[in-house]
Design a protein around this ligand. Sequence first.
Ligand SMILES: *Cc1c(COP(=O)(O)O)cnc(C)c1O
Length: 245
Amino acid sequence: MPDDLLKNIAAIQARIQASCERCHRHPSSVKLLLATKTVTPERIALALQAGHTLIAENRIQELKEKHAALQSWPHTNHFIGHLQTNKVKEILKYDVACLQSLDRIALAQKLHERLLAAKKTLDVLIQVNTSGEASKFGIAPEEALTLTKQVAALPTLKIKGLMTIGIFSADTEKVRSCFQLLHSIKNEIASAQIPEVSMQELSMGMSGDLEVAIEEGATIIRVGTAIFGKRDTPDSYYWNEQSDK
Ligand SMILES: *Cc1c(COP(=O)(O)O)cnc(C)c1O
């Protein structure tokens, strides 16, 4: 059976294009990130070969397992899963360009210590829990500015924007209010003019809600299912993991 992956990516690009037209944005202002959890390196490589090179994993174990197999294809790794503090040493081994899920100061401090010792820096997005669902990670909206200021004081961490997972709901307006909230927090932080803090990226929108996210200003959409197909592992495995905070 041929793999429909590239056709699926083309369909996503058409959705991006159509959404951008509706809200008068340029399609190049929206980056497509491939959420590759549970996907084999062989299939990921097909996307990379076709030039879709921004990919992200949720778990260190999977990042590690696929790292060697993907090394010969140029690509950019982001990390979009909950990161336990005791995995900080690990994540720095695998060329992660951006940690999208920074959601607490203890994690930031651990990262900073390690990065300082390694004389490295790391781009980060602050993950905000805009849905209020306990099962999702992320800082509470009202604490996002404070966390941003605290992280900004750690010079190895380069804040580039915000990330959120919208509420799972068939009610588009409920989903939209999550994305609007993230956008308004971005504006709040931008107007605080914290030195070295950029608010250029808004990572929001997935297979089911990318249109709404683009309308509300997403610059990165994270797509898995609509490209790679349904996953056998339920998302609760990735999202409800015991936290070590
Ligand atoms: C899996 C995942 C996605 C992609 O979700 P789909 O619905 O499969 O497109 C996006 N963001 C995060 C954080 C994820 O874990």
